[in-house]
Design a protein around this ligand. Structure first.
Ligand code: GCO
Length: 255
């Protein structure tokens, strides 16, 4: 097979929250598969630094600084890309925050902040990207779900609800956009070694729980999401829609 169905050459991918962590690893992986990448963050310095580092690796990298919870900023970012004739072929909705607090102590402001960042932003970016993808007859949307899309854990209720919503939003996107040649799917990372999880990693009891509860007996590395991301971003998944691929060392499959 001369042409690899996993080749992303000629494709452009926008990855939200990609100045570090899972988003950065996915962005770098898609670039390695040939894609031009647009990295995003809400902080100018951090996002431009990541762009510089990735350019130094020889990747084709654009930077788009915007807060995914700011709808006007998101719509303006897509308009700016239109004006520069940059078509987003692949959208990775990765930006997310975590907030660990019992529900009885949670304010509505805190609840909404997590839901807006982790769920509503995926709808808004998905809508803006899909409008343009539908006019071109093809496109890929990859949402970042979580084990909490299926199972709850105490103290992370808004995150759990948002990630549960991501699973069903992905299916809703498939229901409406598949007919137009788009594929919307999700990746469900397990417990990954990221800044967001550092407090858990540093907690000996939690660390032991993750290693005991995960069939692979270890935390996951961000770059271990790249395989699923390239599959869902490429021709290889042209008949895959509305799915969640769990990359979790087997945690969600075993009691
Ligand atoms: C937590 C963690 C998890 C992981 C991941 C698991 O507090 O339990 O932050 O939510 O980040 O989402 O799939």
């Amino acid at each position: 097979m001369s042409h690899s169905i996993f080749n992303l050459k000629g494709k452009t991918a926008l990855i939200t929250g990609s100045s570090r962590g899972l988003g950065r690893a996915i962005a770098e992986g898609l670039a390695q598969a040939g894609a031009r990448i647009i990295i995003n963050g809400s902080l100018v310095d951090r996002t431009l630094n990541s762009q510089k580092e990735l350019l130094a690796h020889g990747y084709d990298v654009e930077a788009c600084v915007f807060d995914v919870t700011n709808e006007q900023a998101v719509m303006q970012a897509f308009k700016d890309l239109d004006e520069r004739h940059i078509a987003v072929d692949i959208l990775v909705n990765n930006a997310g925050i975590q907030l660990r607090k019992p529900m009885v102590e949670l304010t509505t402001y805190e609840w909404n902040k997590v839901i807006d960042t982790n769920l509503t932003s995926c709808f808004v970016l998905g809508r803006e990207a899909a409008k343009r993808m539908i006019s071109r007859g093809h496109g890929k949307v990859i949402n970042i779900a979580s084990l909490t899309s299926e199972l709850a854990r105490a103290t992370v209720a808004p995150y759990t609800v948002a990630k549960g919503g991501i699973k069903m939003l992905t299916k809703a996107m498939a229901a409406e956009w598949a007919v137009h040649g788009l594929q919307a799917n999700a990746i469900g990372p397990g417990y990954m070694i990221t800044d967001m999880n550092q407090a858990l990693i540093d907690n000996p009891a939690f660390d032991a729980w993750v290693k005991g509860r995960t069939p692979a007996k270890r935390w996951g590395k961000p770059e271990e999401l790249v395989g699923a991301a390239i599959f869902l971003a490429s021709e290889a998944s042209n008949y895959v829609n509305g799915q969640v691929i769990y990359v979790d060392g087997g945690m969600i499959s075993v009691l």
